[in-house]
Design a protein. Structure first.
Length: 167
């Protein structure tokens, strides 16, 4: 029943500790089989993949929060498209208005950029305080109300993404 197993050396000052770790490292052949450049490129790829997974989870969380608040007002595919555009534009060095317009322009392609900027200005600069959202079905909204609501959702997504990046 009792096997003689090597115990982990708990005392790093013990002289046998160095021997123990050298034996363990000899069993680990990854370092021997890869040159430094290959190991570096593989580790960069690994950490890039981890970073993308982390970003995707943050984006999914933000998208979930926004869908919870606005899915009864806006089609979910619109919220999804806004969230995708927001993740692309959040890292760009754009003004608040340009970020909002970039998030909604693919959905509101019939609108001129200048017109969207006019609607985005109060959101980007919060000149008029909180903009209320009417609980009106999407099909009953006018094109102007749809544009305003879409920009408001884009603003919410951008705010949540920025908060997630700061954490």
């Amino acid at each position: 029943m009792l096997n003689e197993e090597t115990c982990y050396p708990w005392n790093p000052a013990d002289p046998e500790t160095e021997t123990y770790f050298e034996q363990l490292e000899q069993n680990f052949s990854l370092i021997d089989s890869c040159d430094a450049e290959e190991l570096e490129s593989q580790s960069e790829r690994f950490f890039t993949c981890l970073h993308q997974c982390w970003e995707n989870s943050e984006t999914d969380r933000v998208k979930y929060n926004v869908i919870q608040r606005f899915s009864h007002l806006v089609p979910c595919d619109w919220i999804d498209a806004i969230a995708k555009q927001a993740t692309c534009t959040i890292s760009n060095n754009l003004s608040g208005i340009d970020r909002l317009v970039a998030c909604v322009k693919p959905l509101l392609s019939d609108w001129d950029i200048e017109d969207l900027q006019v609607f985005a200005r109060p959101l980007a600069y919060t000149m008029r305080g909180e903009i209320s959202v009417k609980a009106v079905p999407w099909d009953e909204l006018s094109e102007i109300e749809k544009a305003r609501l879409t920009l408001k959702i884009a603003q919410e997504v951008l705010i949540e993404l920025e908060e997630a990046q700061q954490q």
